[in-house]
Design a protein around this ligand. Structure first.
Ligand SMILES: [Mg+2]
Length: 171
């Protein structure tokens, strides 16, 4: 049961992701969350550093696709600005959004990772689909009211998984 919530890697932020390690795992595509993973919640300002990271992924042959539970207009705007595709009209952790993402990336499940900041959407969805799951710390603590409530439960789960040595934060 716990393994459905347990990420394969837990990192401080996207810039800490070791792309060579990912490539050695034969991962060719990443389904990536938007809010508090790529951008602060509800922000549309895109730092040069973020564009640099996206370019670096693409140069390494890793395709990206956004999967987000935020509003259509916001996802579309950000995806266009970032120059990467996005899945619309379905929600994490339901399988449909991940299946659509795999279609867009053109990758098999075992070649695909999910990168996100929430256990009950990003990680649970990844694990249900047999995808490699990468958890990042949220960029900041501004988010939906509902997400803030879920964070309390997430933090408890993280503590349990850490105490069982199932995860450790790679800083
Ligand atoms: Mg998020």
């Amino acid at each position: 049961m716990l393994k459905l919530f347990c990420p394969d890697i837990y990192i401080e932020n996207i810039y800490k992701l070791d792309l060579q390690y990912i490539k050695r795992k034969n991962i060719k595509g990443i389904l990536i969350d938007l809010d508090n993973t790529l951008l602060p919640w509800d922000s549309v300002y895109i730092e040069d550093r973020l564009m640099g990271w996206i370019n670096q992924c693409q140069e390494e042959g890793i395709s990206l696709c956004i999967i987000s539970n935020n509003k259509y207009g916001r996802i579309k705007h950000c995806a266009e600005q970032l120059g990467i595709p996005a899945v619309f009209g379905s929600f994490k952790p339901f399988k449909k959004v991940f299946k659509r993402g795999l279609d867009i990336l053109g990758t098999q499940a075992e070649q695909t990772a999910v990168l996100g900041d929430q256990i009950f959407t990003d990680i649970l969805g990844a694990k249900r689909m047999g995808l490699f799951a990468i958890l990042v710390k949220p960029i900041n603590d501004q988010e939906f009211y509902w997400t803030k409530i879920m964070r309390k439960l997430e933090n408890l789960l993280l503590k349990i998984m850490e105490s069982k040595k199932l995860i450790s934060l790679n800083r």
